[in-house]
Write a protein that binds this ligand. Structure first.
Ligand code: ADP
Ligand code: MG
Length: 342
């Protein structure tokens, strides 16, 4: 058997060089990437958009069922999603990792192969980071940077009365994928001989383990010369994100339950887990879809994109934030623990 290479053979500088060697600069705006005290990038707009997310083993991911390549990919994507949610294109990332000695070089290479795949797919350049050891587990912190004309940027605070409330893709799948992985983990821990039962669940597993960010939606806005009034990415569940938009915009909202897009596989697995698929969509999180509000006059343009669904509209603050069920019952939207009046 091939002996696993150990990280200590390489030393810190050797490791950084080894991991970042295959990364091509995706952007001409990189003046100095990895290798100096700091990176230097050329300004291509009058505003910079900067966002960071940290993923911690045992809190944000479980290595029992998370392939490291997927984890690398996801740690980049969740940050890019935040830049897209500002209606901007990310161009650069930095990646900081803390690794314990239980990791082989192969394992960290896997992590970086996922990071590289995301960089290539989304056209961003890795321009730096930091490397440390850890005694508790794996930590990954990614910073994403984008540059834009300040007039293109869309904030959470811009929603206006009568705006359409729209979402991209479908919701709840990532949460159901997590439920499935957790169930199989429990079974595995009881009897390690039992193989996981993972049939016909590729979609929800991919939603949890290897999500994508909606660059295509931002490109669609740009191509069609439309701009949302407010936007946020759906990382904590639809309900919580609508509350953020309404609180920051000083508005109310009406969302129609039957309009919330849910994938057939999510519905199927909700039944298995005896969960309401609507609750998975409203409170599940980690879907990394975009939630935005936009003027009603843009409806015709939005209808050109089958991956955008209108789920409601913005109303006066005094009307509150409500979910309207199929039979017309109003239920106040809550960030957590929403109870359907059925
Ligand atoms: P410093 O001592 O100035 O912090 P480092 O030795 O930490 O420098 O980093 C050297 C170079 O390698 C820098 O350009 C840094 O941004 C980059 N770098 C360090 N760790 C990583 C990593 N995990 N991923 C990508 N780039 C890294
Ligand atoms: Mg450093």
């Amino acid at each position: 058997m091939k002996k696993l290479k150990v990280i200590s053979d390489l030393g810190e500088f050797g490791l950084i060089k080894h991991l970042t060697d295959g990364f091509d600069s995706e952007n001409t705006s990189v003046i100095k990437g990895i290798g100096d005290d700091a990176a230097v990038i050329k300004n291509i707009g009058n505003s910079s958009i900067i966002t960071t997310d940290m993923l911690v083993e045992g809190i944000h991911f479980d290595l029992v069922y998370t392939p490291l390549k997927h984890l690398g990919y996801k740690s980049v994507v969740v940050n890019l999603s935040d830049v897209y949610a500002m209606n901007c294109n990310p161009s650069h990332i930095t990646v900081s990792i803390a690794i314990s000695n239980k990791f082989s070089l192969n394992a960290i290479e896997e992590l970086y192969s996922g990071i590289k795949l995301a960089c290539e797919k989304y056209g961003v350049s890795l321009i730096g980071g930091d490397t440390s050891s850890s005694v508790t587990g794996l930590m990954i912190s990614v910073t994403a940077i984008g540059q834009s004309d300040k007039n293109n940027i869309v904030y959470r605070s811009g929603a206006k009365k009568n705006d359409l409330i729209c979402v991209s893709g479908d919701l709840g799948g990532a949460y159901l994928g997590l439920q499935l992985l957790e169930r199989e983990k429990e079974i595995f821990l009881i009897d390690r001989k039992i193989q996981p039962e993972l049939k016909d669940c590729e979609y929800i597993l991919q939603r949890q383990l290897r999500p994508e960010a909606r660059k295509d939606i931002i490109d669609f806005f740009r191509r069609n010369k439309i701009k949302p009034n407010s936007m946020i990415d759906i990382s904590d569940g639809l309900s919580s994100e609508i509350i953020h938009i309404c609180e920051q915009s000083g508005t109310g909202a009406k969302v129609f339950e039957e309009k919330i897009p849910i994938h057939p596989q999510s519905i199927q697995f909700s039944e298995q887990f005896k969960l309401d698929p609507g609750i998975a969509a409203l409170n599940g999180g980690e879907d990394y879809e975009l939630l935005f509000t936009i003027g009603m006059d843009k409806l015709e343009t939005l209808q050109k994109n089958s991956d955008i669904t209108v789920i409601g509209y913005i109303c006066d603050k005094k009307e509150g934030l409500n979910l309207v069920s199929e039979n017309g019952v109003y239920v106040p939207l809550e960030a957590q623990g929403w109870n359907p009046l059925k």
